[in-house]
Design a protein around this ligand. Structure first.
Ligand SMILES: NC(=O)C1=CN([C@@H]2O[C@H](COP(=O)(O)OP(=O)(O)OC[C@H]3O[C@@H](n4cnc5c(N)ncnc54)[C@H](O)[C@@H]3O)[C@@H](O)[C@H]2O)C=CC1
Ligand SMILES: O=C(O)C(=O)CO
Length: 325
């Protein structure tokens, strides 16, 4: 195929080169060069006339964008497993295939959830600050006391790929019992970690640690709000690596400041980035990472390959290897 007749693909951010090389074999690829994502106008302008779009979570893909890109558009793939930024129904109505990059980031994201859980439970940011600021005066019998982990109960909200990987780590490493919610019981969770499928209220009332792993949807938005915090144990450590909007953030702030729960570890917030002056940032018992769950070398490279293969399949009118519906 001559370079002129190749389909056009717009990639909305620099991604690992391996994936781009693969795409360049079959398509004329434009990569957004900015450190910041394209704004709406820039996205609309650069996407117009493309057959493929490789998008990020910060790119809203809706009916307006799809119409402006034009009827030649065949495929959109998010460089992420979550796809709450894409109106999948609008894409399907227009015959546009939608893909994502699951599995290859499961371990990295689960590792980060465990890291946040441990850091929040053992008050690591406060301890590090003490050393940095010259406040480490002596060995203190009553200083920086955290919560214990071994043999406690872990509640997983959304027992999918990442939820199960977190449960496996905490069950094998800390002998935790596992409760979980999901749309249906997961036999693999029962087999691998003895997990019990329960309703949300049961999970909230009986867990010492709670880790959120469900996708963001109309059903899960604001799922943890004031009434849910009121049901939690006062020593709970809450971890969220799913999406910020699953938790009502003002309710979380209140629960933390009023010591209704012990601590939180967040990789996702509302909004992202969270401004440094936001009250959650200043709370010692809230550990916040800047959405780095999948930020490991192998995960990001493999995500790029999956995304490229999805786009290539879509351009060729083949079913996507990793399609969402
Ligand atoms: N922080 C980060 O960098 C990353 C964040 N994520 C987030 O993690 C989420 C989960 O990823 P995976 O485990 O791969 O997805 P998955 O699809 O394997 O698992 C999601 C689970 O949530 C369950 N679920 C759906 N609605 C629910 C509800 N209302 N209540 C309880 N459970 C519900 C589903 O049944 C499923 O078992 C993604 O959607 C994404 O938002 C994923 C990767 C990296
Ligand atoms: O994959 C996702 O859903 C993320 O949030 C980033 O990897």
């Amino acid at each position: 195929m001559s370079p002129q007749s190749r389909p056009r693909v717009f990639v909305t951010r620099q991604i690992p080169e391996k994936g781009l090389e693969c795409l360049r074999q079959v398509a004329k690829v434009e990569v957004w060069p900015g450190d910041m994502p394209p704004n709406r106008d820039e996205l609309l302008r650069h996407a117009e006339g493309c057959q493929g779009l490789l998008t990020l979570l910060s790119d809203r893909v809706d009916g307006e964008l799809l119409d402006q890109v034009g009827p030649q558009l065949r495929v959109v793939c998010n460089y992420a497993v979550g796809f709450n930024n894409i109106d999948v129904a609008a894409a399907q109505q227009r015959g546009v295939a939608v893909g994502n990059t699951p599995d290859v980031l499961t371990d990295a994201t689960a590792d980060l959830a465990v890291t946040l859980l441990l850091a929040a439970a053992r008050r690591l940011p406060e301890a590090i600050d003490q050393v940095r600021h010259g406040d480490w005066k002596t060995w203190e019998p009553l200083g920086l006391i955290g919560v214990d982990l071994t043999g406690k109960t872990l509640g997983i909200i959304g027992m999918g790929r990442i939820g199960l990987a977190v449960a496996c780590r905490m069950h094998a490493g800390w002998s935790m019992d596992v409760l979980y919610t999901a749309r249906s019981p997961k036999p693999e969770a029962n087999q691998q970690v003895g997990g019990r499928h329960v309703d949300l209220d049961t999970l909230l009332a009986n867990s010492d640690f709670i880790s959120v792993h469900c996708p963001l949807s109309d059903e899960t938005r604001g799922m943890l709000d004031a009434p849910q915090f009121a049901q939690m144990r006062s020593h709970v450590v809450l971890v969220n690596t799913a999406r910020g909007e699953v938790i009502d953030q003002p309710a979380l702030l209140k629960a933390l400041t009023e010591k209704k729960i012990f601590a939180a570890g967040l990789d996702v917030t509302t909004p992202e980035p969270l401004p440094p002056e936001h009250p959650l940032v200043g709370l010692p018992q809230c550990v916040i990472a800047p959405h780095i769950g999948s930020a490991s070398r192998d995960s990001r490279e493999q995500m790029a390959m999956i995304a490229a293969n999805n786009i290539i399949a879509g351009l060729n009118g083949r079913p996507l290897p990793h399609a969402v519906s």
